[in-house]
Write a protein that binds this ligand. Structure first.
Ligand code: HEM
Length: 568
């Protein structure tokens, strides 16, 4: 292997410390250099150092107001049963936001870490502000929040809204007893076992664990990035030994993706679906699932600022990790190709959608100018919500001069039936199988993701809609059978956790076969999705998609990337 390739490899480069700035007169590569993708060889897309937990004194007002929102346990403005006292507390808090001085943002630009923290704080303030408003109130954002938020967002080239980086990547701290360095003074790195979540809307353990599930998957994903780097190096070398190594690496990648799926499923053990649906998820909603166009007061005071075109809510669909796997395996053209895009863009029209819940966790039907714009594919759209370095990383992967899928096709027996020896044939076939194993693992990951979505969104939404229908139709006698006979939930899993969520056994998977062979997994969520297609309501993801249709199409298209095995 060429040692110079390794040294210059983008994943091998040390990550500059944005706090320390440029070293010894060297150019600052922390933000601008094309080869800095802010991907750490030890922690992947997660930063290796604990994110800043508080801005310096000059920005105390923002931090204090955020702390007050968390301490005050502010309630969603549209939540049923909000008391007058809670409404008043929210109003007092919002008054505090309106009265904040307009703090300067220029000094924050000296450091990427300051900007990140500022984006986090301001975006959380924005969501607290918007979502504590009573539903009848127009969603207006006061100038004291508008101006710094738009300025900081512009500096980071991020939308002025909570993104996955604000609730996962840069929203963690070390657990209480974790030392910040080892005995030799080496800074402690984040691991699946030593981090806790930072800011939350609800103060619940469920919410913290929801973010931590993603954060831990990101950390495990570091191994996938490492394997990807190994494969790229071997593909560059390109000889027979390299081919065998690529094969082994691909099998390793498949097993890492399987692990990611397992980690995702474990969210059920730590975050109640009903708490997620009723109490956590509504806070993430962006403008495109709100009941009106967000008004950024004061924007006219700064000519350099533009009204954001699109503001989707936070979604793990903004994690660069799964997208990187798609792009690297060459699955993106299948998984997020035209059909996946169209299911996303289908939601962009002024579709009328029924409210699925009496809470603000609705699939509201507003036609904003944002929604009228044609949308690009979900992948492209979500990249706008990723830190720009990670966006650049995906771009870099997409423009690899030696795409893996082409390499596999060229070396597999399918594309190369005239391989010179039986040994070559066997090697090519193994490579193909290993590639398919990785694609299949990604498809299974998406099956699992759909199970989670069925459990956390589709089920609770249907139950909420049924309950609403039952109460609005008539007031039934208080017998246990009254509700069930009035709901269309005969297919809804009856088994429940204490929180009322369907239990793990309530979703079904069957018929799985491993490694490249065709597989069919049915989930009840999928069945519900089909019912929805025929029925009344369209459930939207926080990323603005018609979620069931979209996720199903992404999953099916991933399967479409499998390369058929040659006829025996
Ligand atoms: C309770 C947990 C979760 C729920 C309820 C959930 C829900 C959703 C929904 C509704 C979408 C549709 C897109 C949209 O937002 O409009 C989506 C997309 C997506 N989610 Fe999740 N998600 C969860 C956890 C995760 C985790 C932990 C990851 C990985 C870190 C993840 C990765 C993705 C990806 C990559 C997409 C884009 C579609 C795809 O590429 O398959 N999700 N999710």
């Amino acid at each position: 292997m060429d040692p110079t390739l390794q040294q210059q490899h983008f994943l091998s480069l040390p990550r500059p410390d944005a706090l320390e700035g440029p070293q010894g007169g060297a150019p600052d590569t922390s933000t601008l250099a094309a080869h800095d993708f802010d991907v750490d060889t030890r922690t992947g897309f997660m930063p290796p150092q604990q994110p800043l937990l508080r801005l310096p004194e000059a920005w105390n007002v923002w931090e204090d107001v955020l702390e007050a929102a968390m301490r005050g346990r502010l309630q969603l403005g549209g939540k049923e049963g909000v008391t007058e006292e809670e409404r008043r507390a929210s109003e007092v808090w919002r008054e505090g936001v309106r009265n904040m001085p307009i703090l300067p943002t220029t000094p924050l630009k000296s450091s990427e870490l300051l900007l990140r923290r500022a984006h986090l704080v301001l975006a959380w303030l924005l969501h607290f502000y918007i979502h504590t408003l009573p539903p009848s109130h127009p969603p207006t954002i006061p100038a004291a929040l508008t101006l710094p938020l738009l300025r900081v967002s512009r500096a980071l080239r991020l939308p002025p809204v909570i993104t996955y980086s604000d609730d996962v990547l840069y929203n963690w701290r070390f657990t209480k007893n974790t030392p910040l360095a080892d005995g030799h003074g080496n800074p402690t790195l984040p691991t699946v076992g030593n981090i806790d979540a930072g800011t939350t809307f609800t103060g619940t353990r469920d919410e913290a664990e929801f973010y931590l599930t993603s954060a831990r998957m990101e950390l495990r994903g570091t191994d996938a990035l490492e394997v990807m780097r190994g494969i790229m190096d071997e593909v560059f070398v390109g000889d027979a030994i390299a081919l065998s190594r690529v094969t082994s690496y691909l099998l390793e990648l498949a097993s890492i993706i399987e692990d990611l799926g397992e980690m995702l499923m474990r969210v059920k053990e730590v975050c109640s679906p009903q708490v997620f649906y009723d109490e956590i998820r509504p806070w993430f909603r962006g403008e495109d699932s709100s009941a009106g166009r967000w008004v950024f007061e004061g924007i006219e005071r700064d000519e350099s600022l533009e009204r954001p075109r699109e503001l989707s809510g936070a979604s793990a669909g903004q994690s660069a990790l799964v997208h990187a796997l798609d792009v690297f395996l060459g699955v993106d053209k299948y998984s997020h190709g035209p059909s996946g895009a169209s299911s996303s863009s289908s939601t962009s029209s002024s579709t009328t959608t029924a409210s699925t819940s009496a809470t603000s966790n609705s699939t509201s039907a507003t036609s904003t100018s944002t929604q009228e714009q044609p949308r690009s594919s979900f992948l492209k759209r979500m990249q706008e919500y990723m830190p720009r370095h990670h966006r650049a990383f995906l771009n870099h992967l997409a423009n690899s001069p030696r795409p893996l899928r082409e390499y596999v096709l060229a070396n597999s027996t399918t594309a190369n039936p005239t391989a010179s020896s039986e040994e070559d044939m066997a090697r090519g076939e193994k490579l193909l199988e290993a590639y398919n194993a990785a694609v299949q693992a990604l498809k299974v990951f998406r099956d699992k993701h759909m199970i989670i979505v069925a459990l956390y969104i589709v089920g609770p939404a249907r139950r909420a809609a049924a309950a609403k229908a039952a109460t609005s139709a008539f007031v039934p006698p208080a017998t246990p059978s009254a509700t069930s006979s009035a709901t269309p939930l005969t297919a809804t899993p009856p088994a429940s956790t204490p929180s009322g969520a369907p239990s793990a056994g309530a979703t079904e998977t069957h018929g799985e076969k491993k490694h490249g062979k065709e597989m069919r997994v049915e989930t009840r969520g999928e069945a519900r999705g089909e019912a929805e297609e025929e029925g009344r309501e369209v459930l939207k993801g926080t990323g603005g998609t018609d979620l069931v249709r979209f996720l199903k199409s992404v999953r099916d298209q991933t399967r479409g990337a499998l390369i058929p095995l040659p006829e025996a």
